[in-house]
Design a binder for this molecule. Structure first.
Ligand code: URA
Ligand code: SF4
Length: 209
């Protein structure tokens, strides 16, 4: 549970919603405790008129240092997948379900910690606002945390991946997180599955266009 007086991002949202006002306001968010130890808020990036919105879990170590989403190892898998699926980076807005890096310190290393359900819920107003501003045609849901935030706790990525499901006025296509590709015992097979799901997302936009 969030602590008293620390009940989510909603009270930090600006009155007028656009990507600049959201980014600026999110920098001061204290909607859960994650802002205390992370370096900065890592807000989404991309054009306001992108047809694709990609949603990951939370910034990692490198994202926390650089202040941009998916600029580390997972981002390289994502970039490769987008290119091979024929999805133009100029048509993509990239963000995360949770905007601060959650980690435990082990000596000099900061070890990624999965955000709690309460943190995902606390951060959801930012994601909802990004969806409202960008109005993507297709939302690519990268892994279980993004799925929990966007599609509910009952959604199972393993069973429902690669199938477009309604999400407001958009369609969502879930797939595994690119970090899961990196961790998979058979990386080639995991990547092939990831790419197949991205191709479904690409095809969904072509049909909608
Ligand atoms: N993993 C994520 O889910 N998001 C990032 O931005 C980087 C790694
Ligand atoms: Fe706010 Fe989200 Fe950061 Fe928590 S993780 S402080 S809700 S921006």
């Amino acid at each position: 549970m969030a602590k008293d007086g620390n009940n989510g991002a909603a009270r930090f949202l600006p009155d007028h919603l656009d990507l600049d006002s959201l980014r600026e306001a999110s920098a001061g968010c204290q909607g859960c405790d994650l802002y205390r130890n992370a370096s900065r808020t890592v807000f989404g990036e991309g054009p306001a008129r992108a047809r694709f919105m990609l949603v990951g879990e939370q910034p990692g170590d490198q994202e926390d240092r650089k202040g941009a989403p998916f600029v580390g190892p997972a981002g390289r898998i994502l970039d490769r997948g987008l290119e091979e699926a024929g999805i133009d980076r100029d048509d993509v807005y990239v963000t995360n379900a949770v905007k601060h890096f959650s980690f435990v310190q082990r000596g000099k290393r900061r070890i990624h910690q999965k955000p709690t359900a309460a943190e995902v819920e606390a951060c959801q107003p930012w994601l909802t606002a990004e969806l409202a501003v960008v109005e993507p045609d297709v939302v690519v849901v990268l892994g279980a945390t993004a799925a929990r935030s966007l599609l509910g706790a009952a959604f199972r990525v393993t069973r429902q991946r690669g199938e477009p499901v309604p999400l407001g006025d958009a369609l969502a296509v879930a797939t595994i997180h690119p970090s899961a590709v990196l961790r998979a015992p058979d990386r080639d097979a995991a990547y092939a599955g990831f790419l197949a799901d991205l191709r479904v997302a690409a095809g969904t936009v072509k049909r909608a266009a």
